[in-house]
Design a protein around this ligand. Structure first.
Ligand code: SF4
Length: 314
């Protein structure tokens, strides 16, 4: 079968938006004509902000920050979303492909170590078009695909050779948890299939140069209070793919106002719960773990501020 070049694959993504099948929701709305699906996004890309981010894992943030571009809205609607101010609806400014290209080049000029679109999936056609344009104009930084894990294997397949580092969440190993908390019935199946495709493309490690990530994968999992069983199921599924996949196990869950009174989601994760998950990851043979302290610090960004991550002091 004839291999399609990168521009051809961006064109396929653009057509994928005309009866939108960019993610497992398969809404089949004509977003190019302005119709909206589950993600509430029409034809335009919407971003909240773009900035050097010093709060990512060390190989991504380095000393000069990850070049994060926060896209608005999402193809998941997690009840507890730590970015809920921008992920539950399209809040922010619309940008064209040309404007996004300029934003990527500006982040590079600031010295960022990579370009990291956050929640890229519904905006993929524009993001990949801008990436190719920025590369034609001299961009040499790795592209980091920071997504929620609810992806279509087929769409991820179109990104081969264009994405350097995959940074997916793996939120649920138990389908029922995905249904209860994010409103999707089939999260584990899609997350696992797309993870396999990501690993096929970039391998099961994160390669670095002078401590800065250049290529590979890092899987994130936010431990939820009262759901150690879900976390253990996540670990088992990732282990099926490879024990060498680097894992970032996050303890920073903080209840947002919408779930403050929820019987399970209304509290922080306990040290005991978090340690159970970390110990299980070690027992399963995962070799590269990024872990966090369990403490009272609130690490929820505030997107009403100019600098949403002011808690990291940058
Ligand atoms: S990207 Fe949005 S419109 Fe397209 S299938 Fe996913 S949720 Fe539906």
């Amino acid at each position: 079968m004839k291999e399609v070049d990168e521009s051809g694959r961006v064109a396929i993504l653009q057509r994928g938006r005309e009866r939108c099948v960019l993610c497992p929701h398969l809404c089949r709305t004509d977003r190019a004509a302005g119709e909206k699906g589950f993600c509430r996004l029409g034809a335009e890309m919407v971003i909240h902000s773009a900035l050097p981010h010093h709060g990512e894992e060390p190989p991504l943030s380095g000393s000069r920050g990850a070049g994060t571009i926060f896209f608005s809205s999402c193809n998941l609607r997690c009840r507890y979303c730590q970015n809920h101010q921008i992920s539950h609806f399209p809040a922010g400014q619309t940008v064209s492909v040309e404007e996004l290209t300029g934003i990527m080049l500006a982040l590079a000029a600031k010295g960022c170590h990579n370009i990291e679109p956050v929640t890229p999936t519904p905006h993929l056609p524009g993001i990949m078009a801008a990436t190719l344009a920025a590369r034609r104009q001299g961009l040499r930084l790795p592209l980091v695909f920071n997504c929620g894990g609810y992806e279509r294997e087929k769409i991820i397949g179109l990104l081969a050779g264009m994405v350097d580092i995959y940074l997916p969440d793996f939120k649920y190993g138990i389908a029922e948890a995905g249904r209860l908390f994010s409103g999707v019935r089939d999260y584990p199946r899609h997350a696992l299939a797309s993870l396999k495709e990501m690993v096929r493309q970039v391998g099961d490690e994160l390669s670095t140069e002078e401590g800065i990530a250049q290529r590979g994968i890092l899987v994130r999992h936010l431990v939820l209070p009262g759901h150690v069983d879900n976390s253990l199921a996540v670990l088992k599924l990732i282990r099926e793919v490879s024990p060498y996949v680097p894992l970032s196990l996050m303890s920073q869950y903080t209840p947002i106002p919408a779930v403050a009174r929820h019987p399970q989601l209304g509290r922080r994760v306990s040290r005991k719960e978090y340690e159970q998950v970390v110990n299980a990851a070690c027992d399963m043979g995962f070799e590269e773990l990024y872990t966090q302290e369990v403490d009272d610090r609130e690490l929820v960004p505030d997107f009403d501020r100019d600098r949403p991550f002011d808690w990291d002091g940058k």
